[in-house]
Design a protein around this ligand. Structure first.
Ligand code: FES
Length: 325
């Protein structure tokens, strides 16, 4: 294939769990897909097109049909809303499948942790581990049974290797107990909201396990606090912008004319980082690029995902003042 981008036709679109739509599509150029791969899709927004990434949840063996599953989020920046409008026969522009979350084969034990829609990145890995006869278990957490995509298929395929955790039944994952139960050479793969991933990372570090055996994929939109609108100032450019609830600081700065660097838009690469000069409110660091210590210092933030929320001592509209250089 000459170019990364190609056309794909939607072949199926159906709701499979609360606010979760499974979308199957046929790309023009089929290539076999490996577990952990994702697809980028061009999403038309009001004034431009933007890329969004979605995990490939399963695929035909030759890649002629790929399935994605998309959660319609309350604070959608346009991507999930667009994906939920797709119907059979619609055409979209997609990338080749690409890999940021590879499964290493050969570990003595695997633990797969999925929170909510994070199951889309984990399901293919679980199937492969079962086929390989590996020692694995899956911990799948969600708000309720209705919010669990692929629950029945997972139960049928993985039986007692699958552990379900429901907020609605008070059976959330006991993270310290889970991490303390692991063989020191276990590999843990996780995809879920930032609170769950942070708790696992902390417990992992506290136990002194090998950091290279902990692997994760992020959503790039879950935080510690609900999204609020806030102000961002850039004194070096004389720029003041409002960041609405449904947009990122990066988007608001771009709209206001700032030349921003970025790549992943998921808080992973750090390219969009800004230096924090002042903050009236609390920074909700939603990235996985900076360390806990860096986040605590509030010296820098990833503009693509991190936000500001009001605190008991801040003004009604919280404000962050940043430098781009
Ligand atoms: S663009 Fe990669 S962290 Fe923001």
């Amino acid at each position: 294939m000459k170019s990364e981008w190609q056309k794909a036709v939607i072949t199926s679109s159906e709701i499979i769990a609360e606010n979760i739509r499974r979308i199957e599509l046929s790309p023009k150029f089929a290539v076999p897909v490996k577990p952990g791969e994702h697809l980028k899709i061009m999403v038309p927004l009001k004034t431009k097109q933007e890329k969004r990434s979605y995990s490939i949840v399963d695929a035909h063996h030759d890649g002629s049909t790929l399935a994605l599953s998309v959660l319609k989020t309350r604070n959608s920046r346009g991507g999930s809303e667009f994906m939920h409008t797709l119907r059979p026969g619609d055409e979209v522009t997609v990338s080749r499948p690409s890999q940021d979350f590879p499964l290493r084969v050969g570990a003595p034990e695997y633990v797969l942790v999925a929170g909510g829609i994070g199951i889309t990145a984990i399901r293919g890995m679980a199937s492969l581990l079962k086929k390989l006869g590996a020692n694995y278990r899956i911990h799948f957490a969600a708000r309720s049974l209705d919010a669990m995509a692929y629950k029945d298929e997972l139960v049928a395929e993985h039986g007692e290797n699958l552990h379900l955790h429901l907020d609605s039944e008070g059976t959330t994952i006991d993270v310290p107990a889970l991490i303390n139960s692991l063989n020191p050479h276990t590999e843990l793969y996780m995809c879920g909201p930032i609170r769950l991933m942070d708790a696992i990372r902390r417990a992992w570090n506290q136990r002194g396990l090998d950091p290279t055996n902990l692997r994760f994929e992020t959503f790039g939109n879950s935080g510690w606090y609900l999204s609020e609108s806030f102000q961002v100032n850039v004194p070096e450019l004389g720029l003041h912008a409002t960041v609405n609830k449904d947009e990122s600081m990066l988007e608001a700065l771009q709209k206001a004319g700032a030349a921003m660097m970025f790549d992943c838009r998921k808080g992973e690469c750090g390219l969009c980082q800004v230096r924090i000069l002042d903050v009236d409110g609390k920074v909700d660091h939603r990235d996985v690029f900076f360390s806990d210590r860096q986040k605590e210092s509030d010296a820098k933030a990833c503009a693509c995902v991190s936000r500001v929320v009001s605190s008991p001592t801040s003004s009604p509209t919280s404000t962050i003042t940043v430098a781009l250089s």
